[in-house]
Design a protein around this ligand. Structure first.
Ligand code: SF4
Length: 331
């Protein structure tokens, strides 16, 4: 069985947040390479991890960089790539660059250090910045697998995905993934556990299931979904993060303002619904009395009209907080 079939049989999905089947991306690059044999193929490891409350890629870079690189080298060999890039945020480059450089050896892999923040983790924005363009997402399709870096077939996978590919190739993949558990918990940290574990089980296994009233943010510390303690039976998707909030000590309005501030500063400014939307959201959240109907209408418009997921993601946060917790939590 070839590596793409092995990845398919392992049912590996991307661990950068989108959960897209990895073998489809790889096959897409293969197909594009056959269609355009004169174009070079690129392989990129996305190591930006720019969202607060997600630290699993940092953990892998710290503890298993050789496995991540092994996965990347397998991808380059399989897809016939001429060049690989490790695309890092400046902090990770400073921390892990030297060690990675040693491990890369003579393989044609270069670093690219982004300076544009969270939006650079979006795969088409990442490509634009390597091409020295503005940090803005591209319209999809065409997808990077066919027209990626410099319009050539390009594979973009994240750090954890490459880590698992090395395990699959070595017949060591045990259907696990990495989770970050943080917030109001006793044992904050990164854990490797089975892929389809429910959120409740993850909290139990890591000895982080609270004995107090709480809610969580699942998937990320800014764009993650709001879930109550009665909604912990679903498996954790996305980037594998759980942030626990003690209901008694958490003030939802300042929390929402913190997220809005993050997105206000992180959006790229390309489209008005997101750019203006976050500007207005900041104003709205500071006005009294708080106009809830206007708040809902604004985030609905941002969801319907924003160009990329960054502008759309605030909708479920606001609605989740409004409907499940309330903005004036008085516990
Ligand atoms: S939604 Fe926000 S981040 Fe995405 S393109 Fe529009 S302005 Fe940029």
């Amino acid at each position: 069985m070839g590596i793409i079939e092995q990845i398919q049989a392992a049912k590996l999905t991307g661990k950068g947040g989108a959960d897209f089947p990895v073998h489809i991306k790889w096959q897409g690059v293969m197909n594009a390479h056959s269609k355009y044999p004169d174009k070079p193929v690129y392989v990129i490891c996305n190591a930006t991890e720019g969202e607060p409350g997600i630290e699993k890629d940092k953990f892998i870079l710290q503890n298993y960089p050789e496995k991540m690189l092994a996965g990347m080298k397998i991808a380059m060999e399989t897809l016939g790539a001429v060049m690989g890039y490790i695309y890092l945020n400046p902090v990770y480059y400073k921390k892990f660059g030297a060690k990675l450089k040693k491990l890369i050896g003579k393989t044609p892999i270069e670093f690219f250090v982004e300076h544009g923040g969270y939006i650079c983790g979006e795969e088409t924005t990442l490509l634009e910045t390597i091409e020295s363009k503005r940090s803005e997402p591209r319209l999809k399709p065409p997808f990077p697998t066919e027209r990626g870096l410099f319009s050539c077939p390009t594979l973009v996978n994240n750090v954890e995905t490459f880590y698992h590919i090395a395990a699959i190739a070595g017949d060591n993949y045990r259907q696990t993934r990495f989770y970050f558990v943080g917030g109001d918990v006793k044992n904050s940290g990164v854990y490797e556990l089975p892929v389809n574990l429910s959120i409740g089980k993850i909290l139990e296994e890591t000895k982080n299931l609270p004995s107090f009233e709480f809610f969580i943010q699942a998937g990320g510390g800014a764009a993650g979904e709001i879930l109550t303690s009665n909604e912990l039976n679903a498996p954790l998707k996305g980037a594998g993060s759980i942030i626990v909030y003690n209901l008694k000590n958490t003030k939802p309005l300042p929390l929402l303002k913190k997220w809005v501030e993050f997105f206000y500063k992180s959006n790229c400014g390309k489209c008005a619904p997101c750019r203006e939307g976050f500007f207005r959201l900041r104003q709205l959240l500071n006005s009294r009395p708080l106009n809830i109907a206007l708040l809902r209408a604004l985030v609905q418009t941002m969801k319907d009209a924003s160009f990329c997921p960054l502008g759309r993601s605030i909708f479920s946060l606001v609605v989740g907080l409004l409907e499940k917790i309330g903005l004036n939590n008085k516990r």
